[in-house]
Write a protein that binds this ligand. Sequence first.
Ligand code: GLC
Ligand code: CA
Length: 567
Amino acid sequence: MQENNNNKKWWKEAIVYQIYPRSFKDTNGDGIGDLKGIISELDYIQSLGIDIVWLNPINTSPNDDNGYDISDYENIMEEFGTMEDFDLLLKGLHERKIKLIMDLVVNHTSDEHKWFIESRKSRDNPYRNYYHWWPAEKGKPPFRKSFFDVNGQAWEYDAVTDSYYLHYFSVKQPDLNWENPKVRQEIFNMMKFWIHKGIDGFRMDVITFISKDTTFPEIPNAELMEKYGSWTNYYARGPRLHKYLKEINKEVLSKYDVMSVAEGAGIKRVDALKFVDEDMKKLNMLYHFDGTNLGYLPGQYKQMDPKGYSLVAFKKIYSNWDKKVAKKGWGTIYLGNHDQPRMVSRWGNDAPEYRNASSKLLTTFLLTMRGTPYYYAGDEIGMKNIKFDTIDDYRDIETLNMYEKIKSENGDLEYFLEGQKISARDNGRTPFQWDDTNNAGFTSGTPWLAINPDYKTVNVAHEETDPDSVLNYFRRMVRLRKSLPELVYGSYKLIDKNNPNVYAYTRILNDQKVLIILNFSNQQMPFRVPVSAGSVTDVLLNNLPDYKARNNVYHLQPWQALIVRLG
Ligand code: GLC
Ligand code: CA
């Protein structure tokens, strides 16, 4: 039976292209990408054929966490430019029929936000309840974990008022108190400010963490882990989360034709529809972490299992998530972003002989699944992990503070650094590679984060001249998705689910049927098209120069990706 999710929406048909502004293009030589840099590359962005640009935070920020610590929601970070630049960027995108979504970071602000500056002044300050405070006379607050703190502690003592404040992330990212209706009103007004400027939606940063049980009960560790699996899951289950999401929808989102996508930290698949079922009137989409968490060793800090990841498990995760939103709601697909390593290094093979083919294969996967693809800038040219050798090369607070924490606990720093070569977020943040001139054409100054030395050969200018480049393959794949409605709205069916090397599936809409065959391995692999699937009438896309087939059996080369039409 076909399960077609046919309720059409522009954001279901769109391909999202994520730009990390700090690393995209620098125009004033300070080594930091800026809005003018994005403006100068609008024609490039348009040439990709994508529909929506998602910008990581560009608001005023002291940059403790690269913009995820906002000190003024209605202004632009000085390093990135001015509101005038922003208006020009938005206009330039809209002229090219590209929409813009912004990062909405409202679980926390910067400690330099005026609300927090006021809040910490005195216990009776009008802004006191904008944040979570624990008076010291009540004793030490019950333990909460911080993801970025050097001690892992989410409560920070503040002597001014003899109280602790809560910060799930760094000490410079105090959590907002959503239980206070005034806070919610401020946020809704701010969202409207940007919508009235003309933006087309929001990517909602750790939105699942906004509600807290403000009695902050003791959490007996063992029980907690039993019950919730992890801190992320616990934080994502605040008592009034769904009330607030409904309110965001009612007060803001429902009034405009804008899209919303949650960073789905801590969301379990069984709960997905509570967030994205359209009848619930909350959000349009969420992106889960089941896929990107696969392959790490349990109980360790982002350490990759030396055996790699299981393709069977990978297929199961994406297939189960597809099923969850097959009739209601809508899915998303991504393999990389600013919090992840480069997709070719993590999910493909970045060795010279496989890099191009596996980059193209992963692009094929992203653009042939059901669900809106979130494609990370740089992946279209096959950028790979930089794999820093020393801690001094890193800039990311997550890596730096985790290093300090392990050091203070006399932990194994070498093991940690080896692991970071695969998993660190800075791998996905190195500057964009435009050409083979100094600093990859990214900056005339000193880049804020080292540039991958492979830019001499892996760069846009070079790939523009090669019809078979990763870049030109991406463009072809985008055009194919746009030309075949079955790739957007068609049903998805996994084939040969226990095959450990080949990921194959059909996408079917009415009488249109395509089959996608992906060899996720370094070996040649036979793949038999099941008779029940139909017979191949046409090869629509191939990431290698040719293919071998006899009868219904394809002899796939390492990392070969084929899209065929079935009759
Ligand atoms: C999200 C962002 C990440 C940031 C964190 C805290 O996970 O994607 O970059 O560090 O939230 O705001
Ligand atoms: Ca700059």
